[in-house]
Design a protein around this ligand. Sequence first.
Ligand SMILES: [Zn+2]
Length: 186
Amino acid sequence: MEEESAKSPTSIPSAHQHHHLQQQQQLHPPIPPSRYESQKRRDWNTFGQYLRNQRPPVPLSHCTFNHVIDFLRYLDQFGKTKVHLHGCMFYGQAETPAPCSCPLRQAWGSLDALIGRLRAAYEENGGSPETNPFARSAIRVYLREVKECQAKARGIPYKKKKKMATVMSSTRNDEQSSSSSSTHLS
Ligand SMILES: [Zn+2]
């Protein structure tokens, strides 16, 4: 974060700059850990563990959006949301009146929130915004596909051909990516 101040115009006298830095430090008192913060820390640890458990282990610096998408797929096995497959007689129904063999998945909204937390955590842990694999458009595309697939399977009445769902999700994502991680944390 301090890197940002290095970009300030060089015309500022150095004494002034020093004063500036001190002021900035005072403006950032330690933030009490919120539920969001501790959840974010847990998510970050889980992701780090996931990378270390790969064969061979993946160093964070080599982590790409493909690892992130694999991670999201891996999490599906712990999901609690029934997502009916095309062949299932309950496909398109939000309620399941009888047991079926369709898989449980992570709900789209949980994955979306998770990616938001991990994206912030990546940069807080020294990753640069330019290489942030959680901020890649491929992740957004993947999440949108999951959302549409789950909406159809669970009978939520918006369709792909309607712009509504896509527009809403892209606006949301634009907001998230344009606002800096620090804004998000406060
Ligand atoms: Zn089913």
